[in-house]
Design a protein. Sequence first.
Length: 238
Amino acid sequence: MQPTRFSVLSTSSLSSAEHLSPTSTTSPRFSLSSAPSITTTLTAHKPANRPSIYDRNLNKTRTAEVSASAFAFLFSEVVQYTQKRVSGINDLERRLNTLGYRVGVRVLELMVWRAESPSKAPKREIRFLPALMSIHTQVWRAVFGRPADAIEKSVENEDEYMIIDNDPLVERHISVPRDLSTLSCSSFTAGIVEAVLDGLGFPARVTGHNTPTQQYPSRTTILIKLEQSVLEREQVLK
């Protein structure tokens, strides 16, 4: 911010040096009180330094919870914003999956840091089932406040696994219009799972599907289809 400048208008023919000279007696002199310096003024009103969110201890926010209504409002705005910029249901689900993937990358990074920072000998799961159980419990609890309801393995295809959520938080306050009746907002959750699996070294294609029942009308299945390289590694490690 530039300092304020004052303009002095004078009709006298005296030079500026004569006006300011202390020995000049040709014209009366006026004494102006010195104005406070810019530095002093800014320092006096400078707000106290408060720690930003980046200065917080990550371990102290481990049990922090976000209001469910705030999450529901934010997620509904995300869905509406995305819906206006897509051409169909498949495109909308793909974009929700992409957004979830970005969240999953950060969730995995934070969870690994919290688990390994106090450990002198950190370890990483190299088998798929323990990693899947970790997603079912720890990742679900970190993101949604509770573990998922079940894990199932496909009987027909050995490369397919499913995580069941009977009351998914992302579907709880979403009203889907009739023309989008097949839309699954749990594609966002599928993106989180896919990111975590990729980060752990288990590449897979993850999708979200509505599987309602009479008891659980919002029941969702997260379908995990593993890549062939993961199955081959599992055979070697047996």
